[in-house]
Design a protein around this ligand. Structure first.
Ligand code: SRM
Ligand code: SF4
Length: 543
């Protein structure tokens, strides 16, 4: 490849530039009744609106043989900053899942809702229904800052309330300013053709080189895997009050099989900021990535590569130059665990909160558990909050003491108390969506998780390790949507029925695991695990 070609911006940069601030030709694509798809350029632009074109991969071959176009439908992702929504919003999402999607609601690893299976003709009504509930989908995907996460910590309500406020402020500040979203989906006024281009004060003409993710953790919980994010805030609390944040930079999970230039990376701690500086920190870090991120190679375009290539000292100086203030030295903090803590807990405000285990985040009514019906009844009857966790679970939050018995009864009668019977392996497990909707999946994940857990649990039981507090995560490809590279045991899809096996992540999300063997079938995976479990049972330390 010539140097000129190597340094040329990738095609997506041109699509963004020509899109007239994210309008593209989406209105034409939506109106084209000859196909269930949208134009190729619009598939890039629609991501900025929280919309992914997909097709049902289970029937892709059959459709090709019948000379039919793929069975197109759309995944729509709803931003829920900090994961907190009202019962009314919950009911709105539930209704939309029935009316226009595939009848299920998916809780993601980033505290968002996802709908699958929305047909092109139903997209506009779906986005309007979401906005009616004062939620939106803009910037849920695309080369911008995504949903801002925050530990949904129920116990320490005062620190949580402060942290959540900053997470929401950061989210608002980094939301694109274009009127395209309102124009296309909400029948907003059209931009006057003679008007000067709208200003995107933070993103400019080309938005970011790649997606950008922010998470806020409240120690000792690292339930958001804060070090897996481009930018992280670790809340520092003194005497029950939020006094500031340690700022972390350059985390990320995505990699490509066989390409050592791509890698998962644990974020570095850059320094400390006060709460009042938190939004400015986000703005300046994002604009540094806007200006220095690699726009010539999308596999090298995440902020983690900017940080790895240029170093922390460079970043501190560039930050201070732009911000007009330097970050202070980081404050001491300690994480004790990842994942969620299940069941009932009383907050320091006297209210009750219950964290439910949702298998792979998929809410549906099944013979075993009537998730949608049970949660609908709860949402209809009480006035607290629903909090989505970064581990695909949900917390029913802010329950008055006299409401607890009713909620408990509804959970029990609908089969939603699964946390009471599962082993730690099951409770800690995460699986990404993968097949049949994810266009990048190389192997199963969500659909395979129950069988995989049964097999691995069987091996643990044989070694007397039934209650071992292991974290298992599985993804259908190396992109890392269930943050597999932080788990004790991770399977990363390589081909149908084949996975790369990683072992040895840290217990508090601060250490990456390592590749142990490649391209293994389940039988081989269990053999390797058997050896390791035997040694773990014999040689581990007390805790
Ligand atoms: Fe992801 C792409 C699903 C969290 C790294 N991710 C995708 C797409 C949109 C596939 C695509 O591009 O066509 C998947 C849609 C599947 C489907 O049918 O729904 C998808 N990602 C998900 C979700 C739904 C997984 C889940 O089971 O919950 C999560 C939605 C989060 C949200 O609400 O915003 C999800 N994705 C993540 C995470 C975890 C996180 O952020 O904490 C990561 C790893 C962290 C990171 O970004 O480094 C992640 N997703 C990716 C990547 C790799 C990015 C990279 O740097 O290389 C891709 C592929 C890409 O961007 O090209 C990807
Ligand atoms: Fe799809 Fe891969 Fe993400 Fe799984 S990890 S949802 S297979 S992109």
């Amino acid at each position: 490849m010539s140097d000129a070609k190597k340094d040329a911006p990738v095609e997506v940069e041109g699509i963004k530039e020509r899109s007239n601030r994210l309008r593209g030709t989406l209105l034409d694509s939506l109106g084209d009744r000859a196909t269930g798809a949208i134009s190729e350029d619009d598939t890039q632009i629609s991501k900025f609106h929280g919309i992914y074109q997909q097709d049902d991969r289970d029937i892709r071959a059959e459709r090709t043989e019948a000379k039919l176009e793929p069975a197109h439908s759309f995944m729509v992702r709803v931003r829920v900053p900090g994961g907190v929504c009202t019962p009314e919003q919950w009911l709105g999402m539930d209704a939309l899942a029935q009316d226009h999607a595939n009848g299920t609601l998916r809780l993601t690893t980033r505290q968002a809702f996802q709908f699958h299976g929305i047909l092109k003709g139903n997209l506009k009504a779906s986005i309007q229904a979401i906005n009616t509930e004062v939620l939106d989908t803009i910037a849920a995907c695309g080369d911008v800052n995504r949903n801002v996460m925050c530990t949904p910590l129920p116990e320490t309500s005062r620190v949580h309330a402060s942290a959540l406020r900053y997470a929401r402020d950061i989210s608002d500040h980094l939301t694109p300013r274009t009127g395209a979203y309102h124009e296309i989906w909400l029948d907003g006024d059209k931009l006057d053709p003679g008007a000067p281009p709208e200003v995107e004060p933070i993103y400019g003409d080309h938005y970011l080189p790649r997606k950008f993710k922010i998470a806020m953790a409240i120690p000792p919980q690292n339930d958001v895997d804060v070090l897996a994010h481009d930018l992280g805030y670790i809340a520092i609390e003194r005497g029950g009050r939020l006094v500031g944040f340690n700022v972390t930079v350059g985390g990320g999970m995505g990699a490509t099989h066989g390409d050592p230039a791509t890698f998962p990376r644990i974020a570095d701690v850059l320094g400390f900021c006060t709460p009042a500086q938190a939004v400015a920190v986000a703005e300046h870090i994002v604009t540094i990535q806007r200006d220095f991120g690699d726009r010539t190679n999308r596999k090298h375009a995440r902020f983690k590569y900017t940080v790895a290539d240029r170093g922390l000292e460079w970043l501190r100086e560039e930050f201070a130059r732009r911000a007009g203030f330097a970050l202070l030295p980081a404050a001491p903090f300690a994480f004790t665990h990842v994942g969620d803590r299940y069941g009932w807990v009383r907050g320091d405000d006297g209210l009750w909160h219950v964290t439910l285990y949702v298998p792979a985040g998929r809410l549906a009514d099944t013979d075993d558990a009537r998730w949608l019906t049970g949660l609908r009844l709860i949402a209809q009857q009480y006035a607290g909050e629903f909090r989505l966790t970064a581990n695909q679970n949900v917390i029913i939050s802010g329950i008055q003491p006299d409401e607890r018995a009713t909620v408990e009864h509804l959970l029990e009668t609908h089969g939603l108390e699964q946390w009471k019977t599962l082993t730690p392996l099951g409770l800690n497990a995460l699986a990404c969506v993968a097949l049949p909707t994810c266009g990048l999946a190389m192997a199963e994940a969500e659909r395979y998780l129950p069988d995989l857990l049964a097999s691995v649990q069987g091996r643990l039981d044989q070694h007397g390790l039934r209650e071992a507090d292991l974290v298992l995560r599985i993804t259908g490809c190396p992109n890392g949507c269930a943050r597999p590279y932080l788990a004790d045991v991770a399977l990363v899809g390589k081909a149908p029925g084949r996975y790369n096996l990683f072992l040895g992540g840290g217990t508090s999300g601060e250490r990456l695991n390592q590749l142990v063997a490649e391209n293994l079938s389940e039988e081989k995976i269990l053999e390797v695990l058997d050896d390791h479990f035997a040694r773990y049972a014999a040689e581990r330390n007390g805790d």
